[in-house]
Design a protein around this ligand. Structure first.
Ligand SMILES: [Zn+2]
Ligand SMILES: [Zn+2]
Length: 312
């Protein structure tokens, strides 16, 4: 029985494009479409199960596995019988709750979170930083290794430096060293690779509007970290968009409202002055915009309100 016969559709991406077979010691199969790689578990030439070896390249690894309620990546290295793969359904949503459960509570104690902000995930690791204290001896390094953790919230990426406090009972504490708003992130790149050794640190670069920052992160496979951060960026962009719309609705006011508000404030205005050409424009009875007959410029009630609000 071949892989294609048992699983005509890739359990991760649903593609029917088939699998690339490889391996001498063990047999491996890789989906041509999503690049998910499995080690085949054979008994008497019969395919009994699959061990996930490499994650898909499109971030599907983060999706909740409907059967187990956990992200797909935790199934790496586990021999799982064929029925699991045949019945595998990914619901397309990142299981943030599961990921949050893996965040160290010492980290959470060290940051101030805004009201509507929530923690998504964290990765421990280190980064190289320039020592800005002048070196007093040769033994002092210009470049220092900073141990810490990268924290992802619904608004920011925060790099926290890990410090040891106390002499008799040393305790770990974290300090915010870098604060990067998600809307400033321009790109993420880094090492990807075999999920078999995904516990080794991977180099990850994050480019924001003020430059590139490089981290060596544990368990930070490109396949996992990148889609997570991208998903958080998308969520944040939607949030900002909604906030903007709400603001716009809030300030949409028309000339009749403006006129009565001004009259209450003891201000009577018969005409407007075009901000573009200075021509006189009749004060409209309604609507939230009017046009200058001289130069064609649109004049908004909102703009007039901004100018006179100090007076009313
Ligand atoms: Zn696939
Ligand atoms: Zn004008």
């Amino acid at each position: 029985m071949s892989m294609q016969q048992v699983l005509p559709q890739c359990p991760v991406c649903g593609s029917t494009s088939g699998y690339e077979l490889s391996g001498i010691v063990g047999k491996f199969a890789k989906c041509y479409q999503c690049q998910t790689k499995w080690k085949l578990h054979l008994e008497n030439q019969q395919l009994m199960g699959l061990v996930m070896h490499e994650l898909p390249k499109n971030g599907a690894a983060l999706y909740k596995v409907a059967a187990t309620n956990a992200p797909l990546f935790i199934e790496i290295g586990k021999p799982l019988a064929l029925p699991f793969w045949q019945g595998l359904r990914l619901d397309g949503k990142i299981d943030w709750g599961f990921l949050l459960g893996m965040v160290d509570s010492t980290i959470l104690k060290s940051i101030i979170i805004e009201k509507s902000e929530y923690i998504l995930n964290t990765w421990t690791g280190n980064r190289l930083i320039q020592n800005d204290k002048p070196a007093t001896s040769l033994a002092q390094q210009r470049i220092m290794l900073q141990i810490g953790a990268l924290l992802l919230t619904s608004r920011r990426l925060i790099w926290l430096e890990r410090r040891q406090i106390g002499v008799w009972k040393p305790q770990a504490t974290y300090l915010v060293a870098l604060d990067m708003p998600l809307e400033s992130v321009k790109g993420i790149s880094g090492e990807s690779g075999d999920s078999g050794n995904w516990a080794t640190a991977k180099k990850v670069s994050i480019v924001t509007s003020d430059g590139e920052k490089t981290f060596n992160l544990q368990s930070a496979l490109q396949e996992i970290l990148k889609p997570q951060i991208e998903s958080a960026i998308r969520m944040r962009a939607n949030e900002i968009e909604t906030e903007k719309k709400r603001d716009k609705i809030h300030v949409m006011l028309d000339f009749s409202f403006l006129k009565s508000a001004m009259e209450k404030g003891g201000l009577v205005m018969q005409v407007l002055k075009c901000p573009e050409c200075g021509a006189t424009v009749e004060f409209p009875k309604s609507g939230n915009e009017t046009k200058c007959l001289h130069c064609g410029k649109t004049i908004y009630a909102q703009d007039i309100f901004e100018k006179v609000k100090g007076l009313i």
